[in-house]
Write a protein of this length. Structure first.
Length: 244
């Protein structure tokens, strides 16, 4: 098992908060005192945002990223981290006020099925928000041609290769080089180099990575009889409310 970089959440709090609001459509003030589930918490960047809002938050992830989440946030009394499979979550049903999953369900063998597995966990009037890569916005996607190779590499090797995102970040800022670099490489542009390495690794390491459209996801929400369905500004993000 490769060792994950310990992250400094203090430098990314504002960006993580803004990203969370954009990709879930949740009002942070509404989360105060509520029970929230982060389905695919990774290293815990959004867990900190939710915990700061005053919510009790459960972070679930199948990967070893939960170790980094536990190391960084496990001391907080309102944060609880569980390593589990999203298709077989050891959680009580009908308990959660808010459920969200940002960029995770698409990394499962069946995105729609993973989404449907989350719905029984919501209490009546509970809200769910999910975000995926869009089929239409390919400039923000990892290079799927490279993924045919990277997904077969040893994780230690791939994680080390993720450090190439550090110099590429600065090369992309040079106008004359930006187009050339972007054509042949697609790595994270996160301003924090530790997050940049981690996000690049996650892009190219996961076995499954699908893209979706608003129409697909809207159909899932309608099939699940969710109400107050809202399309979010950052594609593809959708939220809805359970109303039994």
């Amino acid at each position: 098992m490769h060792k994950r970089t310990q992250l400094d959440f203090s430098t990314g709090t504002t960006e993580s908060r803004d990203t969370f609001i954009t990709k879930t459509g949740f009002n942070l003030q509404d989360l105060n005192g509520k029970l929230v589930l982060d389905a695919g918490c990774g290293s815990g960047g959004f867990l900190e945002v939710v915990s700061n809002s005053g919510a009790e938050v459960i972070g679930v992830d199948l990967s070893y990223a939960v170790e980094a989440a536990q190391e960084n946030l496990g001391s907080l009394k309102n944060v609880h981290i569980v390593q589990a499979d999203i298709f077989n979550l050891p959680l009580k049903k009908g308990l959660y006020d808010y459920v969200y999953s940002i960029g995770v369900l698409m990394a499962t063998p069946n995105t729609k099925k993973a989404f449907m597995k989350l719905l029984p966990l919501l209490k009546n009037q509970g809200q769910i928000a999910i975000w995926f890569y869009s089929k239409c916005c390919t400039q923000h996607l990892p290079d799927f041609h490279y993924r045919k190779i990277t997904t077969r590499l040893p994780k230690r090797v791939l994680y080390a290769l993720g450090y190439i995102s550090i110099p590429l970040y600065y090369l992309k800022k040079v106008a004359i080089l930006r187009s050339f670099v972007s054509i042949y490489t697609n790595t994270s542009n996160h301003p924090n180099w530790k997050w940049r390495v981690l996000k690049t690794f996650d892009w190219y390491s996961t076995k499954y990575l699908s893209t979706h459209t608003y129409y697909e996801v809207m159909d899932w929400f309608k099939e699940a009889s969710l109400q107050e369905i809202e399309l979010l500004d950052f594609p593809v993000g959708v939220k809805g409310k359970k109303n039994d």
